[in-house]
Structure formats: C-alpha cells, structure tokens
Design a protein around this ligand. Structure first.
Ligand code: HEC
Length: 466
C-alpha cells in the first residue's frame, strides 16, 4: 500500500504540496512524515493510475459508509449492500435482504450492528461478527415511505431514521423497539438527519427547505435553524464551530454560522442539485457531490477549496472518506465505486467539458466568457460585492497589485508579491501556472495551453471587471 503511494506522490509533486498545505491535520503523524520524506528524496517518473474501481454491484451506488475498523459498506439500486475491506479492496460479503434499492447503511458507534434501509421502507439490522460473516437481519419496522437516512446517537442507545413519507422514527437500539414517530415540524419528505453531541436533540433537513431541531425526550419541535428557498438534501452541523453546512436542490453549498446567523460561504452550481456530502474524522474537510458528477472538497479550517473535479459520469449519490482522509470513495450512476487517491489525484481543479456554469446555457457565449465560466467562475466573481468564493473577486483587477484587495485573506505568497495584474501578468499566470508564478499560492495549479483561449479570456476579463 505504501509503496503505491510513493509512486503516485512522485508523479505530481506540486499537487501534493498544495494538498499538504491545505489539509492541516488531515494525515496522521507517521504517514505525514513518511510522505514528506518521500517527496524530498524521490524524483522519478512513473505512469500510474491513481483511480481504482471497486466492482461488485449490478446497479448504481446510492450509499457509502466507512467504519473505524476499516470496512466500507456500499448500498445499491441492485437491492444489495456490500461490505468491503478497505485495506485490500476486497469484497467481504454481500447482503441481499431488501426488496428494493438500498439507500443507506450505518454502523452503530461500537460497530456491533449495521443498519440498512431503502425504497422497500423497511429498516433492517445485522449483527456484525468479527471476522465479518453473513448473518440474517432483523426487521426493526417500516416507514411510511422510502427511507432516506439513518443516524445513531453518539452513545448508540438511540437511532433515528427519516423517510420521504415525511416522518422521522426514533428507535431504542438496546431493545430494538420503535419509541416515537414524528414529522418534527417538516412538511413533506425528510432527507437527512443528525443527533446533537449530547444526544438530546435531532436535527433534520427536508424538501420544505428547512433544517429543524427536535427535542427527542419532550417529543416537540424546537423550530427552524435554517430556512432556504429550495429543498435541503444534506447537511452537517459542527456544534463547537457553530457551523451548519448544507447542500440544496438548486445547486448551492452553504456554510452558515448559526450563532451569528450569517452565511460564511456559498458555492453555486446553478440548478444542479447537491446530492451528498461527507465529513472527515477530524472535521477539517468536507466533500460534496452533485447531480452532474462533480465533487467539491473544502477545508473547514479556512473554507478554502481543496478539490473540484468530475468524479463520475452521472450523479454522485454517495461519498465517504477513509479514516485517514487519504482516499475518497464515490458512488453514483456507475455500477462501481470510484476510489480517488486524495494525496495526488485528482488535481485541485479538473475542469470537465460541459455546459457553462454561471451563465444561462441558452445564451450565446463568446470564447472568453466560456473560458471564464469553465475555468474561473467557481472561485471568482466579477462584481464588487461578490459572494464569498475560494478566490477574491476579480472586479477591477487590472492595475491592482497582487494581494491588496481589502477583506480577502490572501496567502503570504500573494501578500509578498509585487506583481501588478495586467494583460501580460495574467497571461503569464496561466502560461507558467500559479504554482510557478506565485509559489505557495492558494490558487490551484492550472495552466492554459491554447494561447487563443488565454487572449480571449483576458479580453473578456478586461471588459467585465471594469
Ligand atoms: C479553485 C479555485 C480557483 C480557480 C478555479 C481560479 N482561481 Fe484565481 N485565485 C484563487 C485563490 C484562492 C486566489 C488567492 C490566492 C492566494 O491568496 O494565494 C486566487 C487569486 C487570483 C488572482 C490574484 C488576485 C489578486 O487580487 O491578487 C487572479 C488574477 C486570479 N486568481 C485569476 C484567476 C483566473 C483568470 C482564473 C481562471 C482562469 C482563476 N483565477 C481560477 C482561486 C481560484
């Protein structure tokens, strides 16, 4: 395993450097020093393929979850769940007890139980033996509609499930009995759940565009925490950072400070529903997947964008980091699970061909507009009060000295640079690449080969940023 990492790391030094810088605490001690060590002494080139596929399912993959003891569980449209061993990427067992697509699987905190649920509305619980063996599940009960999510309370004594029938069920997992059923104040389908750290409250999001808080022991709604105009597919709350992170059906990823009641970050890929997300074990990174196969990974330390790439051919329905945050598993329309090595692949930004992101697709775009839409707009706006993106607004960038825009947190590389942005320096930035022109910059590695594209982009930028 480690040998393979050496191979990959050497292939793309620069990308790794960016990654290590951004992924504070993402690696465990020994791996980190090992990686850095390799980086310093090796300089050979290899041809390799960092992306692997876990082939086993006979239909699209809907859910992924990772256990602390090194297993990955995938659930599929093929009505089955598969338990994989992450170390050797081997299928351990497949579970075929559902009667329809399996949407979600979850381990109990002590990992003695695995619960699965899906379109057949049934919630099944398996005892997990060590080593893992096939066992018959017990049926806990049924939902009114398809089941969308399963979460255990931190201690594991309670479990909550949600459904598109509009209810949440709370289960006593010691006695495996239903305790209560509620809509928790929602109108319509409920998509996603999370217990509070003390296990007393349950947060839930739904197609009614709200994230709500529910008092489990009093069986009452504590009201709305977030209200959004569109359905909220997924969310995650980090209580000690006062953050709610959520993804919506209209294509926005939002980070909201619920104490200050203000939005910290919003990334929009218009009209492309954000379908899934995962958070790493240290809660310092988060990844989102959308309906067009795009995966966006953000650092929760400084909200910088770490990765933005096309990870699947169709919608991404499931994401999971391995425990060390060195791999990302991606499930979607493909029958297999894509495994991306985060240390080297994918590059910080891989721009897929496709329709323009921030422009009306029916509009006729000039080549310059197209270049901007595809290559820059995910991180930069062109307006003075541009919503917060990974990069600073490019409004009035021509004639500006690098790193001088007030209110944006530049890297030291930009602060120290004396570059004045103009046709020539922007051209140079994307000919040589930000990593060469501004070593240490937060801007991802990106070079543009076509000199026509560069000239058109700069012409468009000059007009649009005045
Ligand atoms: C994935 C995000 C991302 C993408 C895509 C991206 N940038 Fe950036 N850009 C950044 C970040 C982050 C910074 C700030 C760098 C720093 O502080 O080190 C930046 C800085 C800049 C700056 C310097 C601004 C200043 O005031 O000093 C320019 C110019 C720039 N980008 C232009 C572009 C152009 C043109 C494109 C498209 C070809 C582009 N960027 C694509 C993230 C991005």
């Amino acid at each position: 395993m480690l040998i393979k990492k050496v191979v990959l790391i050497s292939q793309q030094n620069n990308s790794l450097l960016v990654y290590l810088k951004d992924l504070k605490g993402g690696f465990r001690g020994p791996l980190k020093s090992f990686v850095l060590f390799v980086l310093l002494i090796c300089n050979f080139s290899y041809v390799s393929n960092a992306q692997e596929k876990l082939v086993g399912h006979g239909g699209p993959v809907k859910g992924l979850t990772v256990s602390n003891s090194g297993y990955l569980v995938s659930t599929s449209f093929d009505y089955s769940s598969i338990i994989w061993s992450i170390n050797d990427m081997r299928e351990v067992i497949s579970l075929n007890d559902h009667l329809a697509a399996v949407n979600v699987a979850e381990f109990s905190p002590n990992e003695k139980k695995l619960v699965t649920a899906g379109d057949d509305t049934r919630v099944l619980v398996y005892d997990i033996q060590n080593p893992i063996k096939k066992s018959l599940p017990r049926e806990l009960g049924k939902h009114l509609g398809k089941v969308s999510d399963i979460k255990f309370s931190p201690k594991g004594n309670l479990m909550a499930t949600s459904g598109w029938g509009g209810t949440i069920i709370i289960w006593d997992m010691i006695n495996e009995k239903k305790i209560l059923s509620s809509n928790a104040g929602h109108k319509g389908p409920i998509n996603s759940l999370q217990f509070s750290n003390d296990g007393k409250f349950l947060f839930s999001s739904g197609y009614d565009g709200t994230i709500r808080k529910f008092d489990i022991f009093k069986n009452t709604s504590k009201g709305i925490i977030v209200s959004h105009g569109w359905g909220i597919n997924i969310f995650h709350i980090i209580e000690n950072k006062n953050s709610i992170i959520y993804g919506t059906t209209d294509g926005s990823i939002n980070i909201h400070d619920f104490k200050a009641n203000k939005n910290i970050l919003k990334i929009v890929d218009e009209r492309t529903p954000v379908l899934t997300m995962c958070v790493d074990i240290n809660r310092s990174n988060i990844a989102f997947g959308n309906a067009k196969g795009r995966v966006i990974m953000i650092s929760l330390d400084d909200f910088s964008l770490i990765r933005d790439f096309r990870a699947a051919h169709g919608p991404v329905w499931a994401l999971a980091f391995n425990k060390e945050t060195t791999m990302l598993f991606v499930g979607g329309l493909d029958d297999y699970i894509n495994q991306w090595d985060l240390v080297t692949y994918p590059q910080p930004v891989i721009v897929p061909p496709g329709p323009a992101r921030r422009f009306n697709p029916s509009q006729l775009l000039t080549n310059g507009q197209k270049q901007f839409a595809r290559k820059c707009s995910v991180c930069h706006t062109l307006v003075p009060d541009g919503k917060r993106r990974a990069g600073p607004t490019l409004y009035k960038v021509f004639g500006r000295e690098a790193g001088t825009l007030e209110g944006y947190k530049f890297s030291q590389a930009l602060l120290d640079s004396k570059i004045i942005w103009d046709d020539k320096t922007i051209h140079q930035l994307f000919t040589e690449g930000p990593d060469v022109v501004l070593p240490g910059t937060k801007m991802p590695i990106q070079r543009m080969k076509s000199s026509k594209d560069k000239i058109d982009l700069i012409k468009f930028l000059k007009e649009a940023t005045q």
